[in-house]
Design a protein around this ligand. Sequence first.
Ligand code: ARG
Length: 464
Amino acid sequence: MANTKNLWGGRFTEGANETFAEFNNSFRFDFRLFGADIRASMAHCDGLFHAGVLTRLEAERIKNGLVTLLKRADFDKNYFNDPAEDVHSFIEAKLVQLIGDTGRKLHTGRSRNDQVATAFRLWLREEIGDLGRLARALQVALVDLAEVNRDAVLPGYTHLQRAQPVLWAHWCLAYFEMLARDRERLDEVWRRVNILPLGSAALAGTSYEIDREAVARDLGFDGVTQNSLDAVSDRDFAIEFVGASAIMMMHLSRLAEDLIVYATTEFGFIELGDAISTGSSLMPQKKNPDALELIRGKAARVYGHQTGLLTMMKGLPLAYNKDMQEDKEAVFDTVETVSQTLRVTEIVLRNIGVDTAKTRRAAARGYLNATELADYLVQKGVPFRIAHDTVGRTVLAAIAKGKELDELSLEELRGFSDKIEIDVFEALSLDRTLRSKSQIGGTSPERVNEALAAARRDLELDAH
Ligand code: ARG
């Protein structure tokens, strides 16, 4: 009698140890692949029919059965409560339960090894699409935030020391660029995810005349894998996806860190809305940036998954090994984490207020125009190195007097260089400083306005 309890029947006389079975089972998490595995099974079923393995009637019975399973799962919240080893054995058991022995023909010419790789890719390609759309929504929020604060000026930092003034919009667009690269990376990963491994069977390929390319077309894959050994043991696509996600999370984490700093009393550049803040159970005055801290913190999880996957794969002999079942939770959690983080980041951006008076004041203090003074001297023929040194000494003296450079008198300034004339004050002004950064990629209002318009245009072009 056929063993219906698990998939490997005859060779075994005893059942699995319960604790081991629990350890071995993946259904509690890979049930997520249910829809994808069924779609792949329907295509495989057609492949078997065209190969002459299944009669038309059998193929129809199987496909109708699979559709019924899909509907039941949709309808019945407790559908996945039945115990099963993994989603593949679950579906097969349900199918056999529903249509009888014909259901046992579906697994002809395939193995769970090519089956799982197929379902996983099918599932992931859709998720990547969703994440791309969320990343785009965040880009829209960045552009909106830039436009609301079109004239806002921000001290720019290096080493977290005030460096040169930039437009607030320039800051927003910096993160816009990072997300543009992130979306590109996701698209590239998508292309390598979207290749069909089905037909590789356990490791050697299938002996049935299944037209793999037709199956690929049927499932919307762009091509078929070219080596069966590689196909069943390749998880590059998962690692690449988590890698691209790790980089995106690094970007979101940096954005969070910037905003955490800007929201401190010490900086006071932004105010976090109540909707995205928490209080303290002890200190009544506190308003904490928990949302931002979690965005920063979540990056660590995704890095962990990337390291986990790379480590899991590094010692595996060809071809499939059960270690690879560990890929699922890493990828599932990455998708969930990135998705949540992108959504929350967008909400944060829509719930902050920029104190533009304060950021402007901050940009005007702390010698952010020292480089302008050096450039001014260069224009008057002083070699840059000498100008740099002259301005350094000027700053030192200004610090001692408790004044900004543009608060020194013309005589005081001329004490450092007789090249300095009355037009120096115009050169040192905040607006002039900004305006002068007018090459492509610079922070001049003109350039930033162009960049904003280009960003809007790009967003419209690839509106999903
Ligand atoms: N649940 C397994 C996984 O996720 C499916 C493949 C099992 N294959 C096998 N030969 N044991 O990897």
